[in-house]
Design a protein around this ligand. Structure first.
Ligand code: SF4
Length: 82
């Protein structure tokens, strides 16, 4: 069975540089009003009292690339727990 990965976007860490949406437009888009990144097709959750956006995928490659270039370290990709 293919592994599942969880992509988490932390809006409070996003500095609105637009890099993630620039390289991975299928996954990320910039909010036109706040200019904070949004993770497409994601679910809003709360983590440590803060709002986060979470998306499950079996192909984390593009999200990992975005996480590597994110200057705010606002994107996390981790293997989902079974
Ligand atoms: S790369 Fe990081 S800091 Fe820049 S817009 Fe995307 S989430 Fe925000």
């Amino acid at each position: 069975m293919a592994k599942k990965y969880t992509i988490t976007l932390y809006p409070d860490k996003c500095i609105g540089c637009g890099a993630c949406a620039g390289v991975e437009a299928e996954l990320f888009e910039m909010d036109e009003e706040t200019y904070i990144s949004k993770l497409k097709s994601s679910v809003k959750k709360e983590e440590d009292g803060k709002e986060v956006w979470v998306f499950e995928t079996d192909d984390p490659k593009n999200a990992k690339e975005a996480a590597e270039i994110c200057p705010g370290q606002a994107i996390k990709v981790e293997e989902s727990e079974e």
